[in-house]
Every structure is written in C-alpha cells, then in structure tokens.
Design a binder for this molecule. Structure first.
Ligand SMILES: [Zn+2]
Length: 431
C-alpha cells in the first residue's frame, strides 16, 4: 500500500463523514423547526405548547453549536495530520533534553493542550450561553473553572501512568505488546470503575444517603422484589450545576450504588421514581452493561492489533502527514503512531455509529419492558414525559438523525410501546 492511497482514502472519508454529519444536522434543525408550533397528538394532553417550543429552540441551538464544532474539528484534524501539525510537534519534542519515552509524553501533552484550547470555548458557550438562555445552568464561572482544574488533575493522575505504561509496553514488550497494552487498558477501566463512586465522583458532587421517605420505601421494595443488592441509595446535588434530572448506577459487584439527582426526586412522585429505577435495574438484570463491556473489550483488542500492524508500516505515517525526512524518527517513537492513530481513527469508525445507536435503542426498549413488568407502566410513561419536558428534549426528532445518533428511541415510539405493554398483566420475576 502506498501513502498516496491512504491520504486519498483519509481525505475522502473525512469529507464524507463531515458531509453526512452536516446534512443530518441540517435535517434535524429543519424537522424540529417545522414541528415547533404543534405538540404531537400523543402528547397534546400532557405537554403545553410553551414547553414544546422551548424544547425545539433548545434542540436547534445545541445542534447549531455542534455543527460549528464538527467543522472546526475537521479542520483541526486536517491541520494536525496533512497540514503538518503533528510533524511539527514531533520535530520540536525531538529536541527536548528527555528520554525518548518522555518525549512521547510531551507530544501527547502538546496535542492535548491544542485540543483542549479548541474545545474549551465550545464548552463555555454550551454552558453559559445555551444552558443559561434556557434556564438550565446553575454553574458560576468559578465552579466551571474549578471543575476544569479538577478534571485536568484527575485526568493527569489517572491518565499519565496509563500513557507511560502503554508507551513503555510499545517499546519493551516485543511484537505482542498490544496484548499487554490491552490487559493494561482493561485493568485501568476496572480501576476507574472501582474508584469512581467512592473517590472520583465525590470530588465534584456531594452524595448523601437517601433519607426515609415514601420514595425510599418504594425503591427498597422494588430492589427486594427484583433480588437486587446494592451498597446504598444516594442523593447527589445535581442541582449545583444544572436543572436536568437523572438517576444512575455506579460501581459493580456488591459495591453497586444507586444515585438519584436531587432534581429528579423533587420532580417525580414516589411511584414514578420507582418506575425510572426499574428501567435502570432492567439494564443490569438483562446484562446490557456486561454486554457493552464485552463488546468494548473485543473492539479495543481489535483496534490495538490494528495499531500494532500500522505502526510498522511507513505508508501509515507518510500517508497522514509525516514527511519522508522524518520517517525514521517517527517510526522509532511509538507515541507518534499512537497519537496519529487516535487522531485518524474516528474518521473511519464514524460508519459504526448508527450500529451502536441501534444496539443501544434495542436495550432501551428492553429495559422499558422490564420496568413495566416490575413497576407501573403508567408511572413510567408519566415520568418519562416529565423528564422530556424538564430536559427540553425534542419530541419530534428527524427520523434519520435519530436513527443515526440517538442512544434512546424517539419519545413517541418509546411511550407508545410502554403504553401498549401496560395493558398486559404483570409477570412474576423468574429466579
Ligand atoms: Zn436506559
């Protein structure tokens, strides 16, 4: 394979993914705007026109920002690869008075700073312009900055040892370094899973055990009915940052915690909280989480094997913007292959996005069905409508945009299925 072929394929794939993303975003904006002034019939009695138009405007505002971000990212990627950006960073780090491994770490640091500097204004605009305008933002600039600093510190504390280990394995572990790197990656993910609930999440939020309440009684009865053991029910001060509500599981094995956002508890009735939790329980009981972990483990093994193969091919570097005069240097530094690969990979995995979305939507339907068997379907439907309203999620997404990206089924399809299931008699839980 010649480098010219890779360059051509890369540019075509980047142009195609950019065109598809912008086309879908444009469709979404047009579709949502066209349905802005009429609440869909299925929701007419439950959602007012003001909330519906607000959701439409919010969706359009977010979509416009994401279109700009998509274009900026595409140009940044071109500048970093074929534009010679990464080559310049390689050349500069080569002059540093450090060992080759630490020169590679410096390469990642410089690329990270560039990407961070480009992404930061988008994140600021999202929080302080869009979320603010629609009344969701509760963050001050100082909280936003302190989140940023904490996130960076945790990223370095956890990410740097992993990066150093992988770069070391790439040099020292022989032709099968990728199997070792995969093991390190799996162990790292497990470690984060263990550390997240007890050490990482509390750095950002306060978690208090859920007090005695009718909601707590219902939740505990549900857990007992489903034979689910957890290490505790917690309430998180989500209202510190945003008006959006949520509930989730964290940790694994017997150390699983259930976390409710305070915003959710305020908004939903006890029966509705129970139904929302039953949906989340469904994801666990139906092994959705385990299946996702397994898929991602297989995928990352394949991706690392691909990287190991590409890292030895001169056309891989030359085809993505490393000049011939620098090939020897680049190929002697595994960090170059790793960074180049991580930059270029999303252009090619873009086509997998609809598959992953489809898989996820199937799981959502299954979790909803589980919830209707173990809690009230009517309450789940009411809770979801409230959450759609509170999160200003559009009820009228463009069907193609939704099929491509959405991890959750469109509101109308979801509610219709839940209500169809609600007429069914409850089923006893199999052991
Ligand atoms: Zn779900």
């Amino acid at each position: 394979m010649s480098s010219a072929i890779l360059t051509t394929v890369f540019v075509l794939a980047l142009a195609a993914s950019l065109a598809v993303r912008l086309w879908l975003a444009g469709r979404q904006i047009e579709f949502v705007k066209a349905h802005r002034d009429t609440v869909p019939a299925a929701f007419a009695s439950r959602i007012g026109i003001a909330a519906h138009s607000k959701a439409a405007d919010y969706t359009v505002a977010k979509q416009r920002l994401s279109m700009l971000h998509t274009v900026v990212d595409a140009f940044l990627l071109l500048a970093m690869t074929l534009g010679g950006g990464l080559a310049a960073i390689v050349a500069w780090t080569e002059t540093l008075p450090a060992s080759p491994l630490w020169r590679d770490v410096a390469l990642f640091a410089v690329a990270g700073v560039i990407y961070g500097a480009i992404n930061l204004p988008f994140s600021w605009w999202h929080t302080f312009r869009i979320e603010e305008r629609f009344g969701f933002n509760r963050m001050t600039l100082s909280l936003w900055l302190s989140d940023l600093a904490k996130g960076l510190a945790i990223g370095i504390a956890l990410g740097l040892p992993l990066l150093v280990l992988v770069l070391w394995l790439m040099r020292a572990a022989g032709p099968y370094w990728w199997v070792w790197a995969w093991g390190a990656w799996m162990a790292f993910q497990l470690l984060v899973l263990v550390l997240y609930p007890t050490l990482i999440a509390p750095i950002f939020n306060k978690f208090t055990p859920m007090g005695d309440s009718p909601a707590r009684e219902r939740v505990e009865a549900l857990l007992a009915r489903c034979g689910f053991r957890s290490a505790g029910l917690f309430v998180m001060d989500g209202s510190k940052r945003s008006g959006h509500g949520n509930a989730y599981f964290t940790g694994f094995g017997k150390a699983k915690r259930i976390v409710f956002f305070d915003t959710l508890l305020v908004r939903l009735a006890p029966e509705e909280i129970e139904a929302v939790l039953a949906h989340e329980l469904g994801h666990f009981k139906l092994r959705h989480v385990a299946k996702r972990v397994l898929w991602s483990a297989l995928l990352s093994l394949g991706i690392l094997a691909l990287l190991a193969w590409l890292a030895q091919a001169p056309w891989f570097y030359a085809g993505l913007g490393i000049p011939d005069t620098m090939l020897d240097v680049a190929m002697s530094r595994p960090g170059v292959a790793l960074e180049l690969f991580l930059l270029a990979l999303p252009v090619f995995t873009f086509v997998l996005e609809p598959l992953s979305s489809l898989y996820s939507r199937r799981h959502e339907f299954e979790a909803d069905a589980f919830a209707t068997r173990h809690a009230s379907a009517a309450a789940l439907s009411v809770a979801l409508v409230k959450l759609y309203e509170d999160n200003a999620a559009t009820l009228t997404p463009d069907p193609l945009h939704s099929a491509f990206y959405d991890s959750h089924p469109p509101a109308a399809a979801r509610i219709a299925r839940i209500e169809a299931l609600s007429t069914r008699p409850p089923m006893p839980l199999a052991a």
